[in-house]
Design a protein around this ligand. Structure first.
Ligand code: ASP
Length: 185
């Protein structure tokens, strides 16, 4: 594949966000700080295409797939490995159960192996996709303080997209044409 110049990935909003969070020596989710969106020199929102993206899919043969791409946490330590690339943490698919992609505070996802946990609750405890996802995102993660949410689809094409944060950009489309796009609850 052709490599892009580093400048290709530059985004004014994220630059402001980084400068701001660096002063506090903390790390932060890219969508936690909405105030950076209203900086005066901010560029047009249509140009914002470099954010965390997760996807899950079920094909006509019953194959499930999940993928996650992220820039990680803002102001993360150099060399940090996030949850997105760790199968079972932020991303997981199993033709017996479901496909899952997470977004949110990755350290908690790695510790609790959350994407695999959703699948395991379905496989070993017989939970539905909706119940398994609710158990992990709304109960387990909230108990340990992990902010975030998931998108998931099961072998029957059921879809769930719970989150324990203020909102998350999400959408779905089914083969019959049913579709939706959402941000808040
Ligand atoms: N999960 C990602 C990470 O911790 C962040 C995100 O979802 O935006 O690296």
């Amino acid at each position: 594949m052709k490599f892009a110049e580093t400048s290709y990935f530059f985004e004014q909003k994220r630059w402001y966000q980084l400068l701001k969070i660096k002063k506090t020596e903390q790390i932060q989710l890219d969508y936690s700080d909405t105030t950076s969106l209203i900086e005066p020199t901010d560029i047009d929102l249509k140009d914002k295409k470099f954010v965390t993206v997760g996807l899950v899919a079920l094909d006509q043969y019953g194959n499930l797939a999940a993928g996650t791409s992220t820039g990680g946490m803002t102001n993360k330590k150099f060399g940090r490995v996030g949850d997105a690339s760790i199968i079972g943490a932020g991303t997981y698919a199993n033709n017996k159960t479901c496909a899952v992609s997470f977004t949110g505070h990755g350290e908690f996802f790695i510790r609790s192996l959350v994407a695999y946990d959703v699948s395991a609750l379905m496989e070993y405890k017989g939970l539905s996709l909706v119940d398994a996802a609710h158990e992990v995102v709304i109960k387990k993660l909230v108990t340990v303080g992990g902010e975030g949410g998931l998108i998931a689809i099961d072998t029957k094409g059921n879809i769930t997209m719970p989150f324990n944060s203020g909102g998350t950009y999400r959408g779905f489309m089914k083969s019959d044409g049913t579709k939706d796009i959402l941000i808040y609850k």
